[in-house]
Design a protein around this ligand. Sequence first.
Ligand code: NDP
Ligand code: OXD
Length: 314
Amino acid sequence: MSVLAFASPTEPPGPWLDSFARLAPRLELRVWPDVGEPAEVDYLLAWNAAADAIRAMPNLKAVFSLGAGVDHLQEVAAELACIPVVRIKDQALTEGITEYVVYHVLGFHRHMHRYRAQQREQVWRELPQTRPGDRRVGILGLGVLGQDAARALVALGFDVSGWSRTPRQIEGVRCLHGDAGLDQLLRDAQILVCLLPLTEQTRGLLNRARLEGLPEGACLVNAGRGAQLVEADLISCLDSGHLEGAALDVFAREPLPPGHVFWDHPKIQITPHVASITNPDTSTRYILEQIERLNTAGVTALEAGTVVDWHRGY
Ligand code: NDP
Ligand code: OXD
């Protein structure tokens, strides 16, 4: 019987154990640090600070990140060089992100942030209504999530550009890459959406120079990772009026510390890293399918695009 362990100091194991017990009764389930003999563990489900567990388990056949991001495993990337690390690719997760992005893009597009400010001042004033085709949205990251969000925005009629590391082709989307592509996207984007993974290249990407490169009055939606945004630079661009609003789901420190300047900022909307919450039931099915592929046909049979390449960092 294969042994699967769960390791996360922040995520409750209960829903995952229930899903695995129901869908894979032949797997033996253990929860870190009470895993008995660590050498017996075949597969690890890891989220946030699972480095000790990974270091303790010498015979892992695969590590599954309990989310789409794998930056939480970067500190053990060297130890994971010979073990496939698989991230979640799940329709429920993707739908959640697309809903979050569409919600905020529509909100900024229809000036809901400005109407909220007017309401606080008891101001009755009509703001101009722009057609979606005249609203330019830029998406940083055209992977599983960025592509889905881009397609949904195109379907609503928005003028959508996207940026990736390598060239991409997506119908209806102006696909850009490289430094010149980023400059072009920022120059145009009235609403900027970040769905990038956190890597050495994307850390601090949204700094003052790049935020100032956005058109006057632009808005930011960040559901990638908090460390991609230089927080003080966002505040000064909002306070100077260069940017009109920001919807932030991810933060350099999570939970966002009490008293942080973001909490009370009138131009910032905060959600607690819930743009999409990993669904244990559908994700368990995905993980079991990958375990089956690994056992029957080896690492190369794992779904393309979900196995982490530590050279590129995601
Ligand atoms: P993917 O790996 O499928 O896509 C990543 C995209 O980012 C790709 O298009 C990739 O380019 C691009 N990219 C990476 N590095 C660079 C770079 N240096 N320059 C330009 N483009 C770059 O990831 P997902 O779409 O599945 O997820 C993206 C991120 O979303 C996750 O890593 C996580 O941080 C975040 N996330 C947030 C959630 C939340 O609730 N807030 C939930 C789930 C995920 P290329 O196409 O060339 O490879
Ligand atoms: C993430 C996730 O990577 O929740 O943020 O999947």
